[in-house]
Design a protein. Structure first.
Length: 152
């Protein structure tokens, strides 16, 4: 056997052993992060319960002109409201015209610069959520999810 073939075989074996070792290292790190104490498993389930979202209420798509000069830009937005409890769902449905009116009074006051950044969208979300919560009689809106947000 030539020296070249022997060197290639040795290099391939070293690379293979290195990949196997890296695989075991990654697997060992994953396994060592799992809790061995059964009491800690309960803590994990509590954390998962906290991440559960409340009932969602989807609003219809709204299209408004933005407050830019010339009025050439418009915003098309669809939102889903995360509610605190099922009672809040009934409250939203009974006050739906007021909720839509409140949103439609806020959106046209914004210009492109206000809603084009992620900070602007977060501020808009907070403003709309605050206004809707002031209308609620039971429960509250915990979060607003923009399912469609188009500025043209």
């Amino acid at each position: 056997m030539s020296k070249k073939v022997l060197i290639i075989i040795v290099v391939a074996a070293v690379l293979f052993m290195g990949m196997v070792g890296a695989g075991f290292f990654i697997l060992w790190n994953k396994v060592s992060q799992l809790p061995l104490d059964p009491s800690k498993v309960d803590d994990l389930s509590v954390e998962e319960e906290e991440n559960v979202i409340g009932p969602l209420y989807s609003l219809d798509t709204m299209i408004v002109n933005l407050a830019d000069h010339g009025g050439k830009r418009y915003l098309r937005v669809t939102m889903a409201l995360e509610l605190s409890d099922p009672e809040a769902l009934a409250s939203i449905e009974s006050r739906l015209p007021q909720v839509r009116d409140a949103i439609l009074m806020i959106l046209p006051t914004k210009n492109y610069d206000d809603v084009s950044t992620s900070e602007g969208k977060v501020a808009l979300r907070s403003q709309v959520m605050e206004k809707i919560n002031s209308l609620m009689t039971k429960g509250r809106v915990n979060n607003i999810y923009f399912t469609e947000f188009v500025v043209q």
